[in-house]
Design a protein around this ligand. Structure first.
Ligand SMILES: *Cc1c(COP(=O)(O)O)cnc(C)c1O
Length: 812
């Protein structure tokens, strides 16, 4: 590995400024400067990526392809500099050229090509796959607009477009010679040639061009580099449209608009299915371009597709890329002329599926007519897959329709994508031990009985280099001092080395000082950015994640209202001061989620105005929660709110970021919290609430939220206050009604009232522990020390060994 010096980087940067922007350093703005730095690093990675690719082809290595409609990358400048080992010289070079390095890093827009956890997971996995030297490519759409920017106006969420490409495209390399053609609509006819061979003839279709915009992915301290291939949709219509006759002209304009709308915007729903035709177009566009691109390169390397499954593992991130299954079938059948059985063998030994949710409203079920008209050939293949599968199931279950019907692929006029994945994929994994268990015992119970070996678990993880070393340099320094230097960067288990300091007063107080310094730094940023002054003497109690009823931000708010009322009514109320921080985007069409955001702001306002709360209780809603905000917040957090209804959160990854940064969790036994509890023991986590099986039992026996309301006067007063409002003239009786009576849904569907008391008790325990700094710092230290298993390096090793069957970098 070549080590770049400050001087070399200065030369490279000034060269970029002159050649790409026609400017000398003196004339460059910070935006030019950012782009020039990005391009310098991009060139370095690109060089390595080409060498990596040459080696992969030369050695005929097996490759991984990670398909995801979302990659929530965040910023890349500091990340790439860090991975390349040039962060210090780059900072010096920037300063040497008369710019502020921190300001320049801050000027980079987040690449927000995702909604939340699922998209961020894909980004962390790219880093780990590359660091572990796996030949891997990520694929997605080059959305012109990423996840919307959130403004809070009068307490309410307002969405603004996120035009990231102006600066963000500094990282992208368009490859015009690798364009793929994707076909929509048209007619399918059977054709027999002179030898009697059957051929499929597709006519009258619309073409959309898929242009790859490749983002270079660096790994930590390795020459290995990978790509994230983002497909941009372009119309094939030439610009001289005025030459067309009128009929062609109109069709051409329509086609152009249709084509270019495909990559216009990311769908902003998290954990929710919307049956929109543009979304289906996005899915097929992305999948078809990706599979064609993989196949094209494979043919060039091997001259045949017969060994395709031996050379490629295709991982699909949730069901969004499921059409990869019929698309690969289509190519093998129609373009290669393989028979059904051979094509099916290849497909079912290539594609693996990660399930991310058990929420019914998130399961994709596409209307038959939509697929039939938009993708006629894909539809035919789906029908054949579905018919064959149904026959197989009918035989296996001796015609028992109670088993066959729920497993069917096409049923009641809909195509069920999860069932198609279960049928065709060679592995199916959940994302935490509990979630994978629920898949086996509940969601895919009968499929599990038939093919148990397909089912496995890979617990999610996070890129600990981004989420600890890079974002929390003070803590990184302490770890380096205690755990053998930077060893933990490639061996996250080395964090265990901290454990032997669990009773070391010096280390514990240093840990406390680090947290205090991080809180102050965060408060300074919030004051500058938003003009809000955080009380850094209070415990930072944080809930940041997408707004969703199952994540139960409302339970947190109900408890805050209780604390406020208690403070008003009881002068002796013994309370550990808290600064509550919320951050959450609501899907623009999710009315209840938006009401909860407004409620948080109403409550925050009331508390801010009441002198009785001064220095004791503060609530702040941080607008526009995103990766770059999370990177500032995690190091400053003390209590991590992970309070979803047990059985609903598949894994969570926010929980892991907090843990790694020394925040202690208050949480339910849900998702990966279960595994956190396993390594931490009761003494290092504040657990509360019903367990997943108790939730199921309570729902089964007929849950009555009203009874909790009647029997608990504190809870009653809190719900009453929703009806009355919070002094700003807005009442929240709609939310109160939802809790007590439901509203076209079960009353209190997510069991907030059932868990309220237990949640309050856990908060009392947390408050007591916090008042004993030595105890608290010890808990914090144990959380960091035992967080190594939640590094995405561990997750990727699991995938490589159990699912992809590819070798990984050995760390000595
Ligand atoms: C990690 C992360 C998430 C996921 O958080 P959960 O608490 O696991 O839902 C969502 N958004 C951003 C910006 C993140 O960094």
């Amino acid at each position: 590995m070549h080590n770049y010096t400050k001087k070399e980087l200065m030369t490279l940067i000034t060269g970029k400024l002159r050649r790409n922007f026609g400017r000398d350093v003196e004339e460059a703005t910070s935006l030019h400067m950012f782009k020039a730095c990005a391009m310098v690093l991009r060139d370095i990675i690109s060089e390595r990526q080409m060498k990596t690719e040459d080696k992969v082809v030369e050695k005929h290595q097996r490759q991984v392809h990670y398909l995801s409609l979302e990659f929530l990358m965040g910023r890349s400048l500091m990340k790439n500099a860090y991975n390349l080992g040039v962060l210090e010289p780059l900072k010096q070079a920037i300063e040497g050229l008369g710019f502020s390095a921190p300001d320049l890093f801050e000027a980079e827009p987040d690449a927000g090509l995702g909604n939340g956890g699922l998209g961020r997971l894909a980004a962390c996995y790219l880093d780990s796959m590359t660091t572990l030297e796996i030949p891997a490519t990520g694929y997605s759409i080059c959305y012109e607009l990423g996840i919307f920017k959130q403004k809070i106006v009068d307490g309410q969420q307002v969405e603004l477009p996120d035009n990231w490409l102006g600066l963000g495209d500094a990282w992208l390399i368009p490859k015009m010679d690798e364009v793929e053609e994707v076909r929509f609509g048209g007619k399918i006819e059977d054709e027999w040639d002179s030898l009697g061979n059957h051929r499929i003839k597709h006519t009258d279709y619309d073409v959309v061009l898929a242009v790859p915009k490749d983002m270079e992915i660096s790994g930590y301290h390795t020459d290995h580099a990978n790509l994230l291939r983002l497909w941009d949709a372009k119309s094939p219509t030439p610009v001289d449209m005025h030459l067309f006759s009128s009929g062609q002209y109109l069709k051409a304009v329509e086609q152009r608009a249709m084509a270019e709308s495909i990559s216009k915007v990311l769908y902003p729903e998290d954990n929710h299915y919307e049956g929109k035709s543009l979304r289906l177009k996005q899915q097929y566009f992305f999948v078809s371009a990706t599979i064609q691109s993989i196949v094209r390169k494979h043919r060039a390397e091997y001259g045949t597709l017969r060994n395709f499954h031996q050379k490629h593992a295709i991982q699909i991130n949730d069901t969004h890329p499921t059409l990869a299954i019929p698309e690969l079938m289509r190519i093998l059948l129609d373009e290669e002329g393989y028979g059904w059985d051979e094509a099916w063998y290849i497909v079912t030994h290539t594609i693996a599926y990660t399930n991310h949710t058990v929420l019914a409203e998130a399961l994709e079920r596409w209307p038959q007519q939509l697929i039939e008209s938009l993708l006629p050939r894909i539809w035919q293949i789906l029908v054949e897959i579905s018919n064959r599968y149904q026959q197989l199931l009918t035989d296996y279950f001796h015609g028992d329709l109670s088993k066959v019907a729920p497993m069917a692929i096409i049923w009641g006029g809909e195509v069920r994508m999860a069932n198609l994945c279960v049928c065709a994929c060679y592995k199916i994994n959940g994302v935490s031990a509990l979630h994978s268990d629920i898949l086996k015992k509940d969601v895919f119970k009968d499929a599990y009985q038939r093919t148990p070996d397909k089912f496995t678990n890979v617990t999610n993880g996070i890129d600990h280099r981004r989420w600890l070393s890079e974002c929390n340099p003070r803590l990184d320094e302490l770890i380096q001092d205690c755990c053998g230097g930077d060893k933990y960067q490639l061996q996250p288990d080395a964090l265990k080395g901290l454990e032997k300091y669990q009773n070391d007063a010096g280390v514990l107080s240093r840990l406390g000082e680090i947290k205090t310094a991080n809180k102050k730094a965060f408060a300074t940023w919030v004051a500058r950015e938003h003009g809000i002054f955080l009380n850094t003497d209070a415990m930072f109690d944080v809930q940041v994640k997408r707004l969703h009823e199952y994540k139960r931000q409302l339970l947190n708010v109900l408890h805050i209202i209780y604390l406020y009322q208690k403070m008003k009514n009881d002068v002796h109320f013994d309370f550990t001061p808290r600064t509550y921080l919320f951050g959450a985007k609501a899907a623009p069409g999710y009315a209840v989620a938006k009401r909860i955001i407004r409620l948080i702001n109403s409550v925050a306002d009331m508390i801010a105005k009441d002198p009785i709360c001064k220095d004791r209780l503060q609530v702040v809603f941080l607008e526009n929660y995103r990766v770059s905000l999370a990177e500032k917040l995690m190091p400053a957090s003390e209590l991590s709110e992970q309070i979803s209804t047990a059985g609903k959160e598949a894994s969570g990854t926010g929980n892991m970021k907090f843990m790694m940064n020394g925040a202690v969790t208050i949480g339910t036994l849900d998702g990966a919290n279960v595994e956190m509890h396993q390594v931490l023991g009761d003494e290092n986590i504040f657990l509360f609430g019903l367990k997943a099986h108790e939730v199921a039992e309570l729902k089964h026996s007929g849950y009555k939220s009203y009874e909790y309301y009647v029997h608990n006067p504190d809870l009653r007063a809190v719900v009453e206050q929703l009806n009355l409002g919070f002094g700003d003239g807005i009442n929240y009786d709609d939310l109160a009604r939802r809790l007590l009576f439901g509203d076209g849904c079960p009353a209190d569907e997510y069991l907030l009232l059932a868990d309220f008391e237990s949640y309050r008790d856990a908060h009392v325990r947390a408050g007591k522990a916090y008042r004993d700094p030595k105890l608290w710092n010890k808990m914090s230290l144990m959380n960091i020390a035992r967080s190594g298993i939640f590094a995405s390096d561990r997750s990727i090793r699991d995938y490589a060994k159990d699912i992809w069957k590819v070798p990984v970098r050995e760390i000595k």
